[in-house]
Design a protein around this ligand. Structure first.
Ligand code: CS2
Ligand code: MG
Length: 404
């Protein structure tokens, strides 16, 4: 079998998605997600100008060799753009391989290790009463775990608290420049224990609760928050500090038993190395789409499993249904599965990307369709072209740029 065509499609059914399609001489096609939120066109160029011309004529069954060739052959390794492009190729090849075998992808990854894939949903509120209503809504949908994000008194907008929808996913600003949001760490650190106290008082000690600090704290501030939240027994505190500084997690770990989740912005195993070998974290968060595909992410999970660290694939709305489908196949197969983030997608997105995975009562299943189980409606996709959109930028009250 040989790859005879490669094309990349950008569609914006409410937000931008980048999809790679590979076609073989036997008529099989494979899809891969190359969406990098706010930098989509950089990945399109990396694919169109530097990767796709190399794919035509290759044997699509050589998934590992193609991955290694794209990673090592570029000389300039790692980084979000490169690894999103490689991820799209990798998933498209796995899609083709599984279709050729007539099997759903998870069967090629060792088969099912569980009956279904547990998820967590996003609950958010501009104030505590609104947040409690949002938690109720997620519980009514059957979510077995809930991430809680709250507005902070005195701040106009905060990550994860959208004024337009209840998904909790970041509101993309369809405009030529990012929206500027304001931030006050002290106000946040004072307020979050009150938030968790109120949620625990309303929903009891048993509901798995997660919180995303979204890279905003210094190590000692993260250590303080982890300690302050210990009475509420979080399922995890996510991205408590920018994790490029691996030393930071050593400091946080020394001060708190609150479980830590890190890695949605990581794109190779080297970003995690010390965090895993020194057991500084409890969950690895990388998405198939941002980590170079199924091939490396499976290896990461096996590495993490040696240190009793579990998977928690990143699954916001800016991961397309193609990336989500690949994630759910991995989730079903790996032994050290932890949890899958899932907020669903807009109805129009679900029309553009018809998928075999199902979401019922808080649990996902990849389905039994051969491959990853996604079909792209190209005509509908073309009817919703790319629109420039950027994530917000954060500034402190004195105007200093801060992590968003
Ligand atoms: C967030 C993401 O879901 C999460 O954990 O950190 O929503 C993140 O803000 C977006 O994916 C950025 O594009
Ligand atoms: Mg996050």
């Amino acid at each position: 079998m040989r790859i005879v065509d490669a094309k990349v499609m950008v569609t914006s059914p409410g937000r931008n998605f980048v999809t790679l399609e590979l076609t073989t001489d036997e008529g099989l096609t494979g899809l891969g997600d190359a969406t990098l939120n706010g930098r989509e066109l950089a990945v399109v160029s990396y694919l169109e100008d530097h990767v796709m011309p190399l794919l035509v004529g290759l044997d699509p069954h050589r998934v590992e060799d193609t991955w290694q060739s794209l990673y090592r052959g570029a000389y300039w390794r790692r980084g979000p753009v490169t690894m999103a492009a490689i991820a799209a190729v990798d998933v498209a090849l796995w899609d083709i391989k599984a279709k050729a075998a007539g099997l759903p992808l998870y069967q090629l990854l060792g088969g099912a290790s569980r009956d279904r894939v547990g998820t967590y949903g996003h609950a958010n509120g501009r104030d505590i009463p609104e947040l409690l209503d949002s938690v109720r809504a997620r519980l009514a949908e059957g979510y077995p775990a809930v991430r809680v994000q709250s507005g902070i008194p005195g701040l106009k907008a905060v990550y994860g608290v959208s004024s337009t929808d209840d998904s909790g996913s970041p509101v993309m600003h369809q405009q030529a420049r990012p929206l500027v949001e304001d931030w006050d760490t002290d106000a946040y650190l004072r307020h979050m224990p009150n938030v968790l106290e109120a949620v625990r008082a309303e929903f009891g000690p048993g509901l798995p609760l997660l919180h995303d600090a979204h890279h905003r704290l210094t190590p000692v501030q993260a250590a303080r928050l982890g300690k302050d939240l210990e009475p509420y027994h979080l399922f995890w505190l996510e991205d408590c500090t920018p994790a490029e500084n691996q030393e930071a997690l050593r400091i946080v770990r020394r001060h708190t038993t609150t479980p830590l989740a890190v890695g949605e912005v990581f794109n190779t195993v080297y970003d995690y190395q010390a965090l895993i070998t020194e057991q500084l974290i409890d969950y690895v968060r990388s998405a198939v789409t941002h980590f170079g595909g199924v091939t490396p992410l499976r290896k990461l999970f096996d590495f993490a499993a040696q240190y009793q660290i579990r998977s928690a694939i990143h699954g916001p709305q800016d991961i397309s249904p193609v990336g989500m489908a690949a994630a759910v196949h991995l989730d079903l197969a790996v032994h050290n599965f932890g949890i899958q983030e899932y907020s669903g997608h807009t109805p129009l997105t679900e029309e553009v990307f018809r998928h075999a995975y199902t979401f019922e009562d808080g649990y996902l299943h990849p389905g039994e369709a051969p491959g990853i189980g996604v079909e792209l409606d190209e005509e509908l996709a073309a009817a919703h072209p790319y629109e420039a959109a950027y994530l917000p930028v954060n500034r402190l009250h004195d105007g200093t740029v801060h992590d968003w």
